[in-house]
Design a binder for this molecule. Sequence first.
Ligand code: B1M
Length: 210
Amino acid sequence: MLEELKKAVLEGEDEKAAELTQKALEAGIEPGRILNEALVPAMEIVGKEYEDGKRYVPEMLISAEAMKAAMAVLRPKLVESGVKLKGKVVIGTVEGDLHDIGKNLVAMMLEGAGFEVIDLGVEVTAERFVQAVKEHKPDVLGMSALLTTTMIHMPEVIEALKAAGLRERVKVIVGGAPVTREYAEKIGADGYAPDAASAVELVKQLLGVS
Ligand code: B1M
């Protein structure tokens, strides 16, 4: 059943993925096993195939959607069973920016890799990012920007975290088409990832988890 679920995610069959997750739970399979033996390995393959140029963004998106459908069924059971997730990530698109396709992909891939993700959505102000760090105490704060006119809000968020005394408590990562590694370094972020698969690797590396 877990192999079938893994295949449904790989092939981007969202209804089937949700159904199989439900069946697996009903069959008494532990939620943690469903996550770690079907969903996470499927998304690892997706990430690897994307890195190797064997998959493109739309194919990655359909798998991420299937994973999301499965997670919608699994998440409450995971919480109930107290499965330890790898870490917590708060993510959002910065102020003035409506682009969320890439950010959603990063969020879904992180979730697929076994992280808890709190998605603040789009047009997130520095104040809301800071508030979310206070409230959720994440290990990582991720910011996405697709416009050269909005990426300038990234350093403002970092400054606001410093002003609130929270900068040392959270790793900050940035990404999005106009963002570069040099820019990330310049604004004092802890990391930059060019795509969703490398964002997962970056978060794992920053938190020292595999
Ligand atoms: Co807009 N837009 N757009 N747009 N749009 C771009 C970005 C643009 C490059 C198009 C162009 O002119 N060639 C251009 C920006 C120019 C610039 O600033 N340099 C542009 C513009 C100008 C605008 C408007 C200003 C247009 C207007 O109204 N005059 C306007 C702004 C609205 C606003 O935000 N306030 C606007 C609006 C829109 C739509 C609403 C119509 C729509 C967004 C829909 C949505 O997201 N829900 C849209 C779209 C779709 C695009 C393009 C066509 C595609 C973006 C996308 O989704 N790519 C884009 C042109 C292009 O990129 N070819 C364009 C696919 C996605 C998977 O990739 O988002 O790069 P991407 O994410 C990648 C990586 O960047 C990385 O991983 C992702 C997955 O691999 N990544 C991260 C992203 N976030 C990350 C965070 C991380 C790590 C990695 O860590 C936290």
